[in-house]
Write a protein that binds this ligand. Structure first.
Ligand code: T6T
Length: 353
């Protein structure tokens, strides 16, 4: 048991040392920190070596944004870390992406009173501030994964009580997506964005990254519209159908997440427009990868949800073991997947499970 306590503290310290040392710029695969680092540094004095180990099992809560392959993969990463560290992971997943589904689940996770820490993906950056503040005031330490509340700067922003924000750089992701889309059109033509809902920090940033890169770098590319599908692939399909009706010479579509890309790809394929209307898909689901290989989708941007879940549990354990230097922001990077590199095992490891 004692040896395990030391193991927990050491592994958390190692990850912290790693994270504090690495924030990189993207390449084909933007690498989060490697896993094997020298086992030298233990956290300074937070956990006195002589403390007798406790027998309690820590309980960490995970509240996802919605049921989808992205959060399923995140849950797997978290479960791996929980198993390594001998903690219990309590997972809750709303059926739909909205504040009215997520808030009562959050309140219930607080009310149960046996959770020692919580990490979650707040579904709206403003509307979820008050419910999270209530959880924090009730004494439940928390961090956010994938999405943030306030402006995401938990060090100097308007909201600073969350301990950390672990996520992709979504603004950058939107830039990568629309640079690739514009280039695939020969830097001229019409582009359309299929998005989820205004107020979600992740997809809002992807849309902004796309718009900014088109405005700054592609004077001959026109953004002809943005639609919001409420995270519903069928609604996305209907919106894409209507857009193609209005704009038969549409050149490309940026699907900002799983269901947006799924809806766009399905219509392009069903209309026999694969390869004619270019599609860039965010999130490396089986569906997106299949559409990449059959030519319907031209590029897939894979986030690293498994890493996000793993780091969240590690940071929770660090905090509960008295570590006080939890990084306020942990970027997890991307893998940019093409038909050329999709069979490379160093790339396919990023396919969502
Ligand atoms: O794209 C991910 C996630 O990053 C985003 O915040 C919401 O949508 C997904 O879960 C995919 O559907």
């Amino acid at each position: 048991m004692y040896k395990k306590q030391v193991l927990v503290t050491l592994s958390v310290a190692l990850v912290l040392a790693m994270l504090l040392g690495s924030c990189g710029t993207p390449t084909a695969t933007t690498t989060a920190p490697a896993t094997s680092v020298p086992a030298t540094q233990a956290p300074a004095t937070s956990v006195p070596a002589t403390t007798a180990p406790t027998t309690r099992t820590w309980k960490i809560g995970f509240l996802a944004g919605v049921q989808d392959p992205f959060y399923t993969t995140m849950q797997r990463g978290a479960a791996q870390a929980a198993a390594d560290l001998g903690v219990e992971l309590v997972t809750q997943i709303p059926q739909a992406w909205n504040v009215t589904d997520q808030t009562p689940m959050l309140d219930a996770m607080v009310a149960r009173g046996d959770l020692n820490f919580l990490f979650l993906a707040p579904v709206d950056k403003d509307a979820m501030i008050a419910p999270l503040q209530k959880a924090n005031d009730a004494g439940l330490p928390l961090l956010t994964v994938d999405t943030y509340i306030g402006d995401g700067d938990y060090a100097n922003g308007p909201v600073t009580f969350p301990l950390s924000f672990i996520a992709s750089d979504n603004y950058l992701g939107g830039q990568i997506a629309c640079r690739a889309l514009a280039d695939s059109l020969g830097q001229t033509g019409k582009i359309y964005i299929q998005n989820v809902k205004v107020g979600i920090s992740s997809t809002d940033a992807r849309e902004k990254g796309c718009k900014d890169v088109l405005a700054a770098e592609y004077p001959n590319v026109t953004l002809v519209g943005v639609d919001y599908n409420d995270d519903d692939a069928t609604k996305a399909q209907a919106q894409v159908e209507a857009m193609l009706q209005r704009t038969p010479d549409l050149g490309g579509i940026f699907g900002t997440n799983v269901f947006s890309a799924q809806g766009a790809g399905t219509v392009v394929k069903n209309k026999g427009l694969s390869g004619i209307v270019k599609v860039v898909a965010f999130d490396a689901t089986k569906d997106a990868i299949n559409m990449l290989s059959d030519g319907t989708v031209d590029l897939v941007i894979a986030q690293k949800p498994g890493d996000m879940g793993f780091f969240a549990v590690e940071m929770a354990m660090a905090y509960m073991n008295g570590v006080t230097s939890i990084p306020k922001h942990i970027p997890t990077g991307y893998a940019v997947i093409t038909r050329d590199n999709m069979n490379d095992p160093n790339i396919s490891i990023f396919f969502y499970k």
